[in-house]
Design a protein around this ligand. Structure first.
Ligand SMILES: [Zn+2]
Length: 131
């Protein structure tokens, strides 16, 4: 990598500081979450022009995603549905007989912890659909 290229800032999405120069994608890519920087084209993504891509990576900001809205589905605390209406997205947290809350392999005594985990999964899904 040329010394003209500015130092890459940590990933705006996950905070990972390990960012790779991916020559096949013609872009910078995060080792933590796989976020891809603005993609270039062969012949553009090289030499002095590569510094522009580094600048663009360094000025990216993570979009803010609205949190899921939670509803106690049966009104008895046994099952919670988190949804994002306009996307048709929803996820269920179920309370087990042990009292622990469960979502897709994630188990905790704390409903808030499980809701937080579901939200992280939701945000990751949204971000994966963005350039
Ligand atoms: Zn990342």
């Amino acid at each position: 990598m040329s010394t003209d290229i500015p130092e890459l800032k940590p990933c705006p999405f996950c905070g990972a500081s390990s960012v790779q120069d991916d020559l096949s994608l013609h872009a910078f890519i995060c080792d933590g979450c796989g976020a891809v920087g603005p993609e270039g084209h062969r012949g553009e993504y090289e030499g002095e022009r590569k510094a522009e891509y580094a600048d663009r990576w360094n000025t990216r900001t993570a979009p803010k995603v609205k949190p899921l809205v939670w509803v106690d589905e049966f009104g008895d605390g046994s099952q919670f549905v988190g949804s994002h209406g306009s996307l048709g997205y929803h996820a269920r947290i179920q309370r087990r007989p042990s009292g622990e809350y469960h979502y897709s392999g994630f188990l905790s005594d704390s409903l808030d912890d499980v809701k937080r985990e579901v939200n992280l999964t939701f945000v990751a899904a949204i971000l994966s659909a963005l350039e």
